[in-house]
Design a protein around this ligand. Structure first.
Ligand SMILES: Nc1ncnc2c1ncn2[C@@H]1O[C@H](COP(=O)(O)OP(=O)(O)O)[C@@H](O)[C@H]1O
Ligand SMILES: [Mg+2]
Length: 317
């Protein structure tokens, strides 16, 4: 029998159900490849279970808070068990959109104009003062309001005028201490997946173009079959497609991603791809974007999962 892999899934995040679906498929893929698979819903007895079972590596199929933000990574470092995806720092950087976007700007990577507003600023300076900052920072409407640390478009809204801003901000701030107001970019949306090679390089899978029928790729558009059309590879002019691929690899490296990532982008009217965010534990469900891209590159789901897990195993002492 091959190595023992614990697949971590579920947990307490708002994306628990998605993670259970990702985890189930990852378990099946690993079992088909002959690994000994331990499916672990993340509950308070996780540490005890890992200490008893001593897996050779953990596959992190968690999405969202605690799974993608560096928390579980820190725990696994402490236990001395290698795991898939980036380490503590890169996970935390990518998870916090306002931090990641500051890093993009410093590196000259296009990202939509934005302002970060914290719940404290909102309370201390008053909502009116905080909202006065928005037009200068972001330009005109429409804008997107979203929690700085969240996924699956939870707490995210597209806002057409300043009258709707306070409510959207309060809703985004209910998910955490900081929210972004970001310029809406009208143009093709792309999800670009990156897989590391064993030799230190990486491959960028064909970009997936996303067309939500409602006009907004929200939670329902992401997870309800038929609400969104996907084009793989994306319908882009050659030079834009080349730029998208190079940008994805650059962003993956810049944040210190490892094994796998998915970079979300929107191409603006000038043909410039703008990076929205980087996902360090991309969805692996039946209708997720990374598996879709892999199929277009003639990689099976099992190939992808095995490649990711081999990278983690190569790091195990
Ligand atoms: N600035 C923007 N311009 C256009 N669309 C956006 C913008 N920000 C977010 N979106 C839309 O909302 C979706 C979710 O936003 P994203 O920043 O990727 O956060 P999440 O972590 O929730 O996936 C994106 O996939 C995109 O469809
Ligand atoms: Mg996203």
């Amino acid at each position: 029998m091959r190595e023992k892999i614990a697949v971590l899934m579920g947990g307490r995040s708002l994306e628990r159900e998605i993670s259970l679906a990702s985890g189930k498929r990852v378990c099946d893929a690993l079992a088909e490849r002959g690994y000994r698979v331990l499916a672990l819903d993340v509950t308070p007895d996780l540490v005890q279970t890992l200490r008893t079972e001593r897996p050779d590596a953990c596959y992190i199929a968690l999405h969202g808070k605690y799974g993608e933000d560096g928390t579980i990574q820190e725990l696994l470092e402490f236990l001395g068990i290698s795991y898939t995806g980036p380490g503590v720092t890169a996970s935390a950087l990518a998870w916090d959109k306002s931090v990641a976007k500051r890093i993009f700007v410093e590196a000259g990577i296009p990202t939509p104009a934005w302002i970060t507003l914290t719940a404290d600023a909102f309370k201390e300076t008053g909502a009116a003062t905080a909202l006065d900052l928005v037009p200068e920072a972001v330009g005109g409407f429409p804008v997107v309001v979203k929690p700085s640390k969240q996924g699956s478009a939870l707490g995210l809204a597209r806002i057409e005028s300043d009258a709707d801003l306070p409510e959207a901000l309060l809703s985004a701030l209910s998910f955490g201490e900081a929210a972004l107001v970001e310029k809406w970019i009208e143009g093709p949306e792309l999800a670009v997946s990156v897989l590391d090679d064993t030799d230190g390089g990486s491959v960028v899978l064909p970009p997936v173009e996303i067309v939500a029928k409602s006009g907004l790729f929200d939670f329902s558009a992401m997870y309800t079959a038929g609400e969104t059309d996907y084009y793989v590879p994306a319908r882009l002019p050659d030079e834009v497609a080349a730029e998208v691929v190079s940008l994805a690899r650059q962003v993956h490296d810049l944040l210190g991603c490892r094994d796998v990532s998915r970079v979300d982008m929107v191409v603006d009217a000038d043909g410039t791809p703008n990076v929205l965010e980087v996902n360090t534990s991309p969805g692996m469900t039946e209708i997720s974007l990374l598996p879709m891209a892999a199929r277009a590159a003639d990689m099976t789901f099992q190939d992808v999962v095995e490649r990711i897990v081999r990278a983690a195993l190569a790091r195990s002492g």
